[in-house]
Design a binder for this molecule. Sequence first.
Ligand code: HEC
Ligand code: HEC
Length: 182
Amino acid sequence: MLDLRGALLAALMVGACATEAPPWVEVDAAGIDPGPVCVSGRYWSQGDRGDNHMHPGRDCIGCHTATQHGPRFTVAGTLYNAGHEVDECLGYDSDVQVGQGAEVELTDATGQRFFVIANRVGNFYTTYPLRFPLRRVRVFSPGGRVIEMNTPAPHGDCNACHTRFGTITPSGESPGRVIVPR
Ligand code: HEC
Ligand code: HEC
């Protein structure tokens, strides 16, 4: 298993030079405790209808680019309650109206900082033209707790790497979903 991952990683690093957005390899779920499958117990059910609550957990920028529909986000993703929730499961309910807002802090390649607030299904996104790689990415809970990605993010398609069980990328293995720290 480890040998296989090493080989995949090597292949990815070679491939990374040639393609702008390498297809990150999904982690084999064997041996990972899946935990709760969908903490909210609610799912997106309206297919590709354009909506800011659409397809939580799925690859926002990848699909918008491939279909040439939807906004051209520079950064987009979903915040979850637990690390291995399934696609389409509504994520962390970040209702800014009642002060539950969870925020994603992005420091771009020029050192500028931006904050993006997640919505009621955990989705967050922006079309602001920030510069990649992102030097620092942090997630703040409403109570001010924080978790940080240890390596710079090469692009803003968070869910492409943060799939249910994670992906093997040139900078390491992503741990699964982006969660709100508690
Ligand atoms: C499988 C494809 C697909 C995925 C995955 C997807 N979208 Fe979309 N999205 C679309 C399409 C198609 C449209 C345009 C629909 C239309 O014009 O009616 C759209 C439109 C939108 C819009 C515009 C809505 C409006 O009011 O016009 C937003 C916001 C959006 N998507 C957010 C997201 C976010 C955030 C994610 C990831 C969590 C995401 N989408 C994932 C296909 C997708
Ligand atoms: C190219 C793949 C990739 C992209 C894109 C990416 N991540 Fe990550 N992320 C990882 C990997 C790998 C790790 C684990 C190693 C590390 O922390 O650098 C990680 C770790 C994290 C962590 C820390 C998790 C923990 O439990 O400590 C957070 C938070 C995070 N990412 C948020 C994000 C957000 C938000 C975005 C979108 C702006 C994003 N990531 C984009 C691959 C990626």
